[in-house]
Design a protein around this ligand. Structure first.
Ligand SMILES: [Zn+2]
Length: 353
């Protein structure tokens, strides 16, 4: 799930539809199974087709751009990235580690290359924990974030660069004088502009189908850039809480039921919880422990916007530990009727093969 679709086609993240199309044609031709007989070419061809189907579709592309990857290991397991939550990290440390990770996961953000002048604002991280129900239904929430904004009132123009953030150096060489523009050493390119921590409310729509490890990018809501530098982005990292009884497997929901053995033998009709209410499940007579029933379409919607998972109900049998004398008599009668009381010379017939 975490493959970089852009890299697969060999295009950059900000490639136009035309560029995506022509890149697709090129790589598709290269790996077409009729042409390329190398091992793995067909696999690669299929992946390329899938990548193109996403990137050529404006809606799906946008969703992919927004969520990038669905990789659980992205958030917590990266070295030196564990301890952050909320907006604690305005240190330069944080900034460095952060950009590294996003370069990895977003295949190099287009922003750094298009950074022309000034100092770009840093990306920020916000951790959001939601319930499984909210992950299944989607949720809209106002987040209160803190980011750095430039403060026009406190602007102290740097005297060395006159507030431009850069200075010209003229070097005389044998070939004549060469003019070089470099970052102002006095203000490190800020031109003297100060940034202040400001609280801001940001409305975030978490779409149905998200899972732990998904990130939402809120463009331009990171720290503000200085001197014409672009603003950083805000990344909302999603964590989906464990449910008290549902388990999630991709977009499927699993519910385990431990039913009285009589219900499995005789059959029954029971109401089981599903994500948005309840559904009736018919247990046929003679159901074996370990049987799984499927409630079609009762799972979680696909994040890409098509289809949804199912709910699986797995049943096991509750065997009574204690019986009263009347119950014991009945079971003994049954044992005799079924001929299960006789002494057997071999257990052959009970061995599970
Ligand atoms: Zn300066």
């Amino acid at each position: 799930m975490s493959e970089d679709l852009y890299a697969m086609l060999g295009v950059s993240k900000d490639a136009s539809q035309q560029e995506i199309k022509s890149a697709y044609r090129k790589v598709a031709r290269k790996y077409h199974p009729d042409i390329n007989k190398e091992a793995g070419a067909e696999d690669k061809f299929k992946k390329i087709q899938k990548a193109y189907s996403v990137l050529s579709d404006t809606d799906r592309k946008q969703r992919y751009d927004q969520f990038g990857v669905a990789d659980d290991s992205a958030a917590g397991n990266q070295g030196g990235f564990g301890g952050f939550s909320g907006f604690e990290g305005f240190s330069s440390n944080f900034e460095g580690g952060f950009e590294d990770i996003f370069d990895t996961f977003f295949g190099g953000s287009g922003r750094s290359s298009s950074r022309s002048s000034g100092i770009a604002g840093e990306d920020l991280r916000f951790d959001m924990t939601i319930s499984l129900e909210d992950a299944a239904n989607g949720i809209e929430e106002d987040l209160e974030i803190y980011h750095l904004e430039t403060d026009p009132n406190s602007q102290k123009k740097c005297g060395k660069c006159n507030g431009t953030g850069s200075i010209k150096i003229i070097q005389r060489t044998m070939l004549g004088s060469i003019q070089q523009v470099t970052t102002c050493p006095q203000c490190q390119g800020t031109g003297g502009v100060e940034r202040k921590k400001k609280k801001k409310k940001i409305n975030v729509k978490v779409p149905a189908g998200v899972e732990t490890g998904n990130k939402l990018r809120v463009s331009g809501e990171g720290n503000q850039g200085v001197n014409g530098g672009q603003n950083g982005d805000l990344y909302v990292f999603i964590t989906v809480k464990d449910h008290k009884y549902f388990e999630r497997e991709e977009n499927h929901i699993i519910l385990n039921l431990n039913l009285p053995f009589t219900q499995l033998i005789l059959g029954c009709s029971i109401e089981v919880p599903v994500l948005n209410g309840a559904a009736t499940l018919k247990i046929p007579s003679g159901t074996q422990p370990g049987t799984t029933f499927r409630l079609k379409g009762k799972g979680i919607p696909n994040l890409q916007g098509y289809g949804r998972g199912d709910q699986y109900v797995k049943v096991s049998a509750q065997l009574p530990k204690h019986l009263n004398s009347k119950e014991k008599d009945l079971i003994k009668q049954m044992e005799q009727m079924r001929g299960e009381d006789k002494v057997r010379e071999s257990v052959e017939e009970f061995i599970v093969k």
